[in-house]
Design a protein around this ligand. Structure first.
Ligand code: NCD
Length: 337
């Protein structure tokens, strides 16, 4: 795949080689993300970071990734703070903002919105999440994390056993991750959700027709015993037209340390795209797991910066220049672990 100048809208754009290429570049970005080295390769470049839906880690890590490459970030964080609230079309907004930026990241509540925006943009656009549809950079960082966690246990990605838990109907992180995982061989998917929030059928068909095993269930405890990865998700309450309806599903599947100890294999890795809903009625991933060394959620968020740096480096065609513009860090850096 030629990344230079391209929009990143869906993980369907990637084949296995493209994913491996992103991961190789990501490995090269790690010293910069870990503050061992500084590079100014994108000095003078501007990222338009447009988040029309709430976001903490995706927005900030895209921004940090661009800053770490030496570029500057301009942010729009709410529809009401943009002229879209005055009736401006995506077309006009995209024409205008792409005149101010070298690359744009966009998140919006409507499926297909980022693709529509990209058609009018004069610069590459990256999908930071479009409604319940897709979240490509999240799936890449999740897959990168899975690979690293499996490597650390001396396992590879083939024959992976993953249980995805929660609101699989509305979770865009799950949608993109399932598509990416189909690129590997013989994945065993266990999909744990309430019947009403099952993974849409077209994803399941795609997974099955690529030869993977897919089991659907609404039982948590009997499903987590033989998994390498448990990928827990939040009920996507913002996707429900009726808030009371979303409440019905909160707290149905809760993972905590005593359940983990009783039902999981010893080194089962726990992941979550975050945010985890820590309110008492939800609490799908309990804080009592925070000291569990197999809890990979903050390794995921750290990897998010590395993956997003890699995407910028590939799209803006600076992969081989990053090290040429580098120097050692000259300030105190806390130990990062
Ligand atoms: C996810 C999202 O926004 O889709 N979060 C994220 O970007 N890390 C998942 C979620 O909000 O539950």
């Amino acid at each position: 795949m030629n990344f230079v100048g391209s929009h990143i809208l869906s993980v369907s754009q990637f084949d296995r080689d493209a994913v491996e290429q992103i991961f190789r570049v990501a490995d090269r970005m790690a010293p910069y993300a870990l503050k061992q080295r500084v590079t100014r390769v994108l000095e003078g470049a501007i990222l338009g970071n447009m988040f029309f839906e709430p976001s903490t880690r995706t927005r900030v890590s895209f921004g940090c990734a661009f800053n770490l490459l030496g570029g500057e970030v301009r942010e729009t964080t709410e529809i009401k703070a943009s002229a879209i609230a005055k009736g401006e079309s995506f077309y006009d907004t995209a024409r205008v903002l792409s005149g101010y930026s070298d690359v744009i990241v966009m998140r919006h509540e409507r499926e297909g919105s980022v693709a529509e925006f990209s058609e009018a943009s004069r610069v590459p656009v990256l999908n930071g999440g479009d409604g319940a549809n897709e979240h490509p950079s999240q799936a890449l960082l999740d897959l990168y994390t899975i690979r690293k966690e499996m490597e650390a246990q001396g396992k590879d990605m083939e024959h992976l056993r993953i249980a995805l838990i929660g609101d699989l109907k509305n979770g865009r992180a799950v949608h993109s991750l399932c598509k990416l995982l189909t690129l590997y061989s013989d994945v065993h998917f266990t999909l744990v959700s309430p019947t009403e929030l099952r993974l849409p059928g077209d994803y399941i068909e795609q997974m099955r027709s690529a030869g993977h095993k897919v089991v659907e269930t609404d039982q948590l405890l009997s499903s987590i015993a033989h998994a390498d990865i448990l990928y827990v998700t939040r009920t996507q309450e913002e996707r429900f037209s009726d808030a009371a309806e979303a409440e019905k599903y909160k707290g149905l599947f809760r993972l905590n340390q005593s359940i983990y100890t009783e039902f999981c294999e010893p080194n089962t890795v726990i992941m979550h795209p975050l945010p985890r809903d820590s309110r008492a009625e939800a609490s799908e991933l309990d804080n009592d797991m925070n000291e569990n060394p197999n809890l990979a959620i903050f390794r995921q968020t750290d990897n998010g910066v590395i993956i997003r740096m890699a995407l910028f480096a590939l799209i803006l065609d600076i992969v081989d220049q990053v090290d040429q513009h580098a120097r050692e860090v000259n300030w105190f850096t806390a130990k990062r672990f």
